[in-house]
Design a protein around this ligand. Structure first.
Ligand SMILES: *Cc1c(COP(=O)(O)O)cnc(C)c1O
Length: 217
């Protein structure tokens, strides 16, 4: 099933949109099946789970961190991930900068936008994104390469559209700021039930779990 699911999704997304297999709770075996079917990016939410899967899958795909990153997990994250999609504070960016400095590498990051301005959600409010990007642009081992948002979760994907529109608007604003060392390459929006709407609103990185692997247990 995983193979057919991956093929179907890859066939349905336009050229220029990249697919992240959101792999939380999935086994290395399931992830390998997805990679064999054409998945090129794996998204993980939890460091320990990521380590376990990474040990078996390795560099067969690109690794994106898509969960909430605690500072005490950054050192491990830097060993595995090619991109961290969920930077939402300068403190976290500084920790990534420090650990990447020690590891001799630069980490591309996306700023997570709390597009629904929800109290309990992670991410920075849309009006705070540019100032955070400006601060991060001064760190030499972290490079802002775009934005990510979850948005409030709805049954009807149309209800997500306004939050994608808001995030796209901030993306364009930040792009026109043309900050040094900020490269607005990725707009990461859309999950299994909302990715089509997200692509219509400018997403070029969709994070899909359920439609690839089935319902989580
Ligand atoms: C789980 C998860 C997804 C994928 O969700 P599905 O509804 O299973 O497609 C996407 N993004 C993030 C950040 C997630 O945690």
């Amino acid at each position: 099933m995983i193979r057919e699911n991956v093929r179907k999704i890859l066939d349905s997304i336009p050229e220029g949109v990249r697919l992240v297999a959101a792999a939380k709770t999935r086994t290395a075996r399931e992830v390998l099946e997805a990679v064999d079917a054409g998945i090129r990016i794996i998204g993980e939410n939890y460091i320990q789970e990521a380590v376990d899967v990474y040990n078996e899958v390795g560099k067969k795909a690109e690794w994106h961190f898509i969960g909430h990153l605690q500072k005490n997990k950054v050192k491990k994250a830097v060993k595995i991930f090619d991109i961290i999609e969920t930077v939402d504070s300068y403190g976290l960016a500084m920790e990534i900068d420090k650990r990447c400095g020690q590891a001799g590498r630069v980490m591309p990051v996306l700023i997570e936008v709390n597009s629904g301005k929800e109290e309990q959600k992670y991410g920075v409010r849309p009006e705070e994104v540019i100032s955070l990007a400006r601060d991060i642009s001064k760190l030499s081992n972290v490079r802002v390469t775009g934005l990510m948002t979850m948005g409030p979760l709805f049954g009807d994907p149309e209800d997500s559209r306004p939050y994608f529109v808001v995030t796209r608007k901030v993306f364009e604003e930040l792009k026109s700021e043309a900050l040094p060392d900020v490269e607005m390459k990725y707009l990461s929006m859309g999950m299994s039930n909302s990715y089509k709407v997200a692509i219509e609103e400018g997403s070029n990185l969709v994070r899909i779990g359920t439609l690839i692997f089935g319902e989580r247990g």
